[in-house]
Ligand binder design. Structure first.
Ligand SMILES: [Zn+2]
Length: 417
């Protein structure tokens, strides 16, 4: 078969092949092929297998790009299944104050916190919001991310939520990373609705969701189900309204306490419940029965200094498919790096390296309902790949430049050299 991109001589290719999702024992296997080659034509993989079989199977087109992986490792492009990458403003100064002992309440009282991001995002022009977000997406690409979920949720008015989602659609076209849009109008009750929160839920259900659906601006509806944010009852109402408008369900669940989010996920048939720092075995078993993905965000627990991480071992042992994501956001998601999330998955949540790699690729693709196209290196799937110098353990050496090249849809999207 013809190929216009050939990545040859990899010491190993970690295919992370399906069927998706992988759970329990099956998550431990990243399905490696030693001494391997992968080739694609017009962005789709046509061959993955032993290098000795590649010459017979693959005919390069006249202008084919042939890359010698030089004894390195090739793995699927990372799928970052939970981000708040679209926002305006800068809260780095807040981080410095927090590290010096300021509490979240003190920072909020001086005009910081999520309220400041909402203010800046509401005020930002589309171009400015796109420009600020593009900088972060470029960083993520260099860290190996080839698809990322992106949420609204810093507008909290009909117009500014739509503005965020339109910027996601525009950036999806303008830069290499594929963006998967999620409506998160129920991120926080905005200041002006604090004394009449029911009316804000009404606004989300009766105006925002229909407007988002009309313009087909999102695939997913998300809710921050947590004490102090949205109750399980409110979350169910919002997610059901999303489903009725054609938006699939995912949600922020049990991050700061066992507050009902995982139960809501089971109740509404969500594809993914995210964070789950406090989920217990009973709720995990219900998630496993429904094959709801646990999307874990260890970098969030790390930067927020929660003092604990999601019980990944219990979740894997219970048979819940586990994915991991960065949670890029202005207040506590300071790392664009999936390799950093993988390192935390291994060293703070006791996952094996292969489990973490499957979590960052195939299972994350399943969490976004894109597993038929991405998340593994298999014939017929999109050619999204990361090339490492050396073995996959290099990814755990946080800060070391392990990634040599990022391939998106069969083209070199970033290269260290
Ligand atoms: Zn989040």
């Amino acid at each position: 078969m013809r190929a216009d991109l050939i990545l040859k001589n990899a010491a190993q290719i970690l295919t992370c092949r399906g069927p998706a999702p992988r759970s329990g024992e099956a998550q431990r296997d990243a399905s490696p092929i030693a001494n391997a080659t992968v080739a694609s034509f017009e962005g789709s993989i046509v061959f993955v297998g032993a290098s000795r079989d590649a010459d017979a199977a693959v005919t390069p087109t006249p202008h084919a790009t042939v890359i010698d992986a030089g004894g390195g490792t090739v793995l699927p492009g990372f799928v970052d299944a939970h981000t708040h990458v679209v926002f305006a403003g800068d809260r780095r100064e807040e981080l410095r104050r927090r590290l010096a002992g300021a509490t979240y309440q003190e920072i909020a009282a001086s005009g910081g916190g999520i309220v400041s991001t909402v203010r800046d995002t509401r005020q930002a022009k589309d171009d400015d919001l796109a420009r600020q977000t593009r900088v972060r997406l470029d960083e993520m690409l260099r860290c190996g991310t080839t698809t990322c979920e992106a949420k609204s949720g810093y507008g909290l008015t009909v117009d500014s939520e739509l503005k965020q989602l339109r910027v996601i659609r525009r950036l999806d076209r303008e830069q290499p990373i594929d963006l998967v849009p999620t409506f998160l109008g129920a991120h926080e009750v905005p200041l002006e609705y604090r004394n009449r929160r029911d009316q804000y839920v009404d606004l989300v259900v009766n105006e925002m969701i229909p407007a988002v659906a009309r313009e087909r601006l999102a695939e997913w509806c998300d809710v921050f189900c947590e004490t102090g944010a949205f109750t399980p009852e409110e979350s169910i109402r919002i997610l059901r309204a999303g489903q009725a408008a054609g938006l699939k369900s995912r949600l922020h669940a049990d991050e700061l306490g066992l507050s009902g989010g995982s139960a809501v996920a089971v109740h509404v048939g969500a594809r993914s419940a995210d964070h789950l720092v406090f989920v217990d075995r009973d709720h995990a078993e219900a998630m496993a029965r429904a094959q709801i993905v646990a999307t874990l965000l260890p970098a969030a627990a790390f930067f927020l200094k929660l003092g604990r991480f999601a019980p990944a071992r219990m979740l894997v042992g219970t048979g819940v498919p586990v994915a991991i994501a960065t949670d890029v956001n202005p207040g506590g998601g300071f790392s664009p790096s999936m390799p950093f999330a993988i390192a935390l998955a291994c060293f703070a949540m006791d996952m094996t390296l292969d489990e973490a790699l499957v979590a960052a690729t195939l299972n994350a693709a399943f969490a976004l309902d894109r597993h038929d196209r991405i998340g593994s290196l298999e014939a017929g799937k999109q050619m999204d790949a990361v090339v490492l110098d050396g073995g996959p353990v290099e990814l755990l050496r946080v800060g070391a430049p392990a990634i040599r090249m990022v391939i998106k849809s069969g083209k070199v999207a970033w290269s260290s050299g």
